[in-house]
Design a protein around this ligand. Structure first.
Ligand SMILES: [Zn+2]
Ligand SMILES: [Zn+2]
Length: 551
């Protein structure tokens, strides 16, 4: 039963408020101790080889909601980017609620659930474009918007205490080439009705002007491909289906056959076709047939724009792709931006391609990409349409979110609040205010196992990676005296350091007096001696472990 005296409406971001990735926003409505919750988006962040070795995916810690999962009504998805849906198959078992998405997003989610063996258990409910949902105290309306993937949506979330407009990822593209244009009428109508809070994409809050249209990229990319004579490979985000279509049409215009290289490309084109997009996408060749064509008749559309080592383009550049090779006279077009953090990998890929004699064309010197996120003029337009009482920037690092908040205040939004993951923001009643700090953080998908970031496995592996490892086994008799030479296992440490370590272990053992010290003291003194010896001889401190075996 609604209880207007006690009910409150809160926003709790558990991911995405502080990073571009791992989006996870929970909205709660009801009395303070018994709210109903919906989750908007459930995404991942990608691990990095340098900071989190061996961790492919990073997800939000959602224990706060998992403990209340009977009150979690649904996961509602805005669009199919990995930073919005990539964690569903991993975190759903903690929530076990229905999942709502528009058809294209639902298709991709179902593919992931199938891989995870969960398709039978999870109900993915398809919402029509512009469709409505009633979930307990929340009435949700999907509002079509433009971005860089089919079927992006903003959500109007109506409650007894006011309406929240949650933008999802968006830009204002007057000619997105594929799918709907932004439903400006619906957004303006929401503004007329009264919007309590706008929870909005901050990715490009530092970028002035407008993001530009997919249609303008089509013209420029088509002209550029027309100037090339040899083999052409274009790499782009597979999820940017309009871009794939542009490349395919440009290929056809210039007499080239197209081949999709990389599993993600094929999967995405298939998902788009299954949902009625790409109706006139040309027939594609397989890689083997494409390799038979003269260089001027072929175009490869490849995965790997971010330099991902296992993706198609990296394998082509390394010369170990089974069917595709590039060389002098050929060109690669990077029709994408560099995601911050990927610079090194991408430039390494450029260097490998350059070594093959391949020409590299990128957004640095050609108009081959536009962003899918709103620059400041577009943000301003969104504020003019919706006229919210409260601005809550999300989907950004702190620097993006604080600048976004400044922009909102300059546009006369009465209140703009920057919050971080785990902070519960009461949107109503009263002024917006942080009323609680919930447990939050990150969880790593480490191989096949979910582990808390704080458990430190990735950190331990990084330490091993930096300075190797020394493992010492000491064999003692019943009286605690050395009964054999110690066994010393050394991994990842240069040979000249080994002798110093061995000497230090022997000396520490010879100083050992079993009458005065116990095994733990001995282990610690040997450990320190070995580590110090390595540090003195080498300048680095290896991970050092000592075990005692008693005869
Ligand atoms: Zn997105
Ligand atoms: Zn996103």
């Amino acid at each position: 039963m609604p209880n207007p005296d006690r009910d409150e409406l809160v926003l709790l971001p558990l991911g995405g408020a502080g990073e571009i990735g791992m989006n996870f926003n929970a909205y709660g409505y009801g009395p303070p101790d018994d709210k109903k919750w919906i989750v908007v988006d459930c995404g991942v962040l990608f691990g990095r080889e340098t900071s989190t070795p061996g961790v492919d995916l990073i997800m939000p810690d959602i224990r706060f909601l998992a403990e209340r999962r009977e009150n979690v009504l649904a996961i509602v998805l805005t669009h199919a980017h990995e930073d919005h849906i990539g964690a569903v198959a991993h975190l759903w078992p903690m929530l076990r609620c229905p999942v709502y998405a528009t058809p294209f997003t639902a298709t991709l989610i179902e593919g992931k659930l199938e891989e995870a063996g969960l398709l039978e258990r999870v109900r993915v409910k398809r919402v029509a474009l512009g469709g409505k949902l009633a979930l307990g105290p929340f009435a949700i309306e999907y509002v079509s918007i433009t971005h860089s993937i089919p079927e992006p949506n903003a959500l109007a979330i109506r409650t007894g205490l006011g309406t929240v407009v949650h933008t999802g990822d968006w830009k204002l593209d007057p000619d997105p080439l594929l799918g709907e244009v932004t439903n400006a009428n619906a957004l303006a109508k929401l503004g007329d009705e009264g919007v309590l809070a706008l929870v909005c994409d901050s990715t490009n809050a530092l970028v002035s002007g407008e993001s530009g249209s997919e249609a303008s990229v089509r013209d420029s990319l088509t002209a550029l491909i027309g100037t090339l004579k040899g083999r052409v490979a274009v790499t782009a985000f597979a999820s940017n289906v309009a871009r794939l279509d542009t490349v395919a049409k440009a290929a056809r215009k210039h007499g080239r056959e197209i081949a999709l290289v990389g599993r993600a490309m094929q999967k995405m084109v298939q998902a788009a076709r299954d949902n009625g997009y790409l109706k006139d996408f040309p027939r594609t060749l397989d890689e083997v047939d494409a390799a038979q064509l003269p260089p001027s008749r072929v175009l490869y559309l490849c995965t790997g724009s971010q330099g991902e080592p296992r993706a198609a383009l990296s394998r082509i550049a390394a010369g170990d792709h089974p069917h595709v090779s590039l060389g002098p006279g050929d060109a690669v077009i990077f029709s994408s931006r560099i995601i911050p953090g990927n610079e090194l990998g991408i430039y390494e890929l450029h260097n490998k391609l350059a070594a093959l004699g391949v020409e590299i064309l990128s957004a640095d010197d050609h108009f081959v990409h536009v962003s899918g996120h709103p620059a400041r003029e577009e943000l301003a337009q969104m504020y003019r349409w919706t006229r919210p009482q409260i601005a809550v920037p999300v989907h950004g690092e702190l620097r993006h979110m604080s600048e976004h908040a400044r922009l909102a205040r300059s546009l006369q939004v009465p209140q703009a609040v920057v919050i971080s993951n785990g902070q519960m923001l009461r949107l109503a009643p009263g002024r917006a205010e942080i009323i609680d700090e919930t447990p939050s953080g990150r969880v790593h998908l480490d191989g096949r196992v979910l582990v808390e970031e704080g458990a430190g496995f990735a950190r331990a592996r990084r330490a091993l990676g930096m300075a190797g490892m020394i493992a010492v086994t000491l064999v003692l008799d019943g009286k605690g005296r050395a009964a054999a030479d110690p066994t010393i296992l050394i991994e990842g440490i240069p040979e000249p350091v080994h002798a110093a370590v061995r000497t230090a272990v022997d000396e520490a053992l010879s100083r050992h007096n079993p009458k005065r010290t116990d095994d733990d003291d001995l282990k610690e003194s040997v450990r320190r001696a070995a580590r110090r010896a390595a540090a003195d001889a080498w300048g680095k401190k290896p991970v050092t472990r000592v075990e005692v075996v008693r005869l």
